[in-house]
Write a new protein. Structure first.
Length: 424
């Protein structure tokens, strides 16, 4: 036996046992997105590196140290997408979708960031995200927050906190940034290495520092909410009024800044206390300048993304068990002459009953071993087809979950029994 070449650190296999919760999450989110008028868009996993550098920001953690970047065989620098917004904007501009009436789009798939793997943080992870173009808000901002709240409730995750903030416009943020840099410079001796490094490049990110020694300084820092331009102030106020009217509980957190540079005005995050350091399960915000920045017409936009692994972990840890769908029936084949008729019968049953989950024994085996496989498959019924039954156009059926006697049925009776099993 050769030595196994193992999978890559931070890249997970999602095994069949975990899949019921994954499917539940994906189906629930998709249905709610559809109900709010979003259409699916599928985007490539790879884009040109310059696109992410320009759109996410050169001095963000993602662009500086987390991207999977490589040269293709022509020497062009490409990057595995670290998130979905940028590719979605690129596709919308490229295909002229923004001339249409206020597109609402959603997407899902794997994203890649070279982060230090730990619980809730992986190098390949999955997001479902959505973007709305052409609506300046604040109504759609509030609606998006309400929709994400609905999604989390539908998943049974009621115990989450919502934080919101406004990052203002590019202009008001530049003024605030200057004020913030002045403040941190006055306390330069209290800054840790990371903060000193960020001071000139991306000082707002200092507000997001997890360092214990910095918390006092950060708490006293000037608040972005007190340095907003008039229109941004009115915007966030309107967002909160709509949320208040809908009885949503939230915290207005002036220190909520996001890890991507494209945001303007409203930003929000849903967090859980049950995930340790990686508590954010859903996050997003407005990015009114991004479409133009990457070569499209000036277009206001807002979006969010959820981390599927984090949602799945929360649901699994809540003790919720979602059953794996098992077969309705398992077809046991007795004797070589019954093999071809068994596959014919199986296909006929599948034609008649499209929802039927039927497993046909393959690879032969004694009657006993086939019965064992039938039992292990979790199927409700074992259908037994032996050569003599083929001639009589009958099958034997044993209820594997009940002690009832074995039945001898015609094909039509079998189909009726299975139809009841599917409905039940
Ligand atoms: P983000 O905050 O970078 O935003 O990621 C969104 C969510 O993806 C996070 O809240 C988290 O649940 C999940 N996530 C991020 N990194 C990891 C990781 N390494 N492992 C597991 N889960 C992770 C965005 O990506 C923006 N594109 C959201 C957006 C859309 N803003 C506007 N439109």
């Amino acid at each position: 036996m050769g030595k196994l070449i193992q999978g890559i650190r931070g890249f997970n296999d999602i095994l069949p046992d975990a899949y019921p919760i994954w499917r539940f999450v994906e189906t629930t989110l998709r249905e709610i997105l559809q109900a709010y008028g979003y259409q699916e868009i599928r985007l490539p996993a790879v884009e040109k590196t310059v696109l992410f550098a320009r759109a996410i920001g050169e001095v963000t953690d993602i662009v500086e140290k987390e991207m999977y970047t490589f040269a293709d065989r022509n020497g062009e620098s490409l990057t595995l997408r670290p998130e979905g917004t940028v590719g979605c904007v690129r596709a919308c501009v490229e295909h002229g979708l923004l001339h249409k009436h206020q597109p609402r789009l959603w997407y899902g798939g794997a994203m890649f960031r070279y982060e230090r793997p730990q619980k809730g943080r992986y190098r390949q992870f999955h997001q479902i995200g959505a973007e709305v173009f052409g609506v300046p808000g604040p109504d759609v901002d509030a609606e998006m927050i309400l929709m994400t709240g609905r999604m989390l409730r539908a998943l049974g995750l009621a115990d989450l906190e919502l934080q919101i903030n406004s990052l203002g416009t590019a202009g008001s943020r530049a003024d605030y940034r200057e004020r913030l840099v002045g403040y941190f410079r006055r306390h330069h001796e209290l800054l840790d290495d990371d903060a000193r490094r960020r001071l000139d490049m991306n000082p707002l990110r200092i507000l997001d520092s997890k360092s214990q020694s910095m918390q006092g300084l950060i708490a006293q820092a000037p608040s972005i909410l007190e340095h907003l331009d008039e229109a941004s102030r009115a915007h966030i106020q309107r967002v909160t009024e709509i949320l208040d009217a809908a009885l949503v509980t939230y915290t207005l957190n002036p220190r909520l800044v996001r890890g991507l540079d494209y945001y303007t005005r409203t930003v929000f995050e849903w967090t859980s206390k049950d995930l340790g350091a990686q508590g954010t399960v859903c996050a997003g915000g407005r990015y009114d300048g991004l479409v133009e920045q990457i070569g499209g017409p000036p277009t206001p936009a807002i979006g969010f993304a959820t981390g599927i692994e984090r949602l799945v972990t929360l649901i699994a840890e809540s003790g919720r068990v979602l059953p794996t769908p098992t077969s309705h029936a398992y077809l046991v084949i007795v004797g070589e002459e019954a093999v071809a008729p068994a596959y014919r019968l199986a296909e006929e049953l599948r034609d008649r009953l499209p929802a039927l989950r039927l497993q046909v024994n393959s690879g032969g085996g004694s009657f006993k071993s086939q019965f064992k496989r039938a039992d292990r498959s979790g199927a409700r019924y074992a259908i037994i087809l032996a050569a003599e039954e083929v001639v009589a156009a009958r099958v034997s059926v044993k209820d594997l979950r009940d002690d009832a006697a074995q039945l001898s049925l015609s094909e039509a009776e079998l189909a009726a029994l299975l139809a009841r099993c599917i409905d039940g």
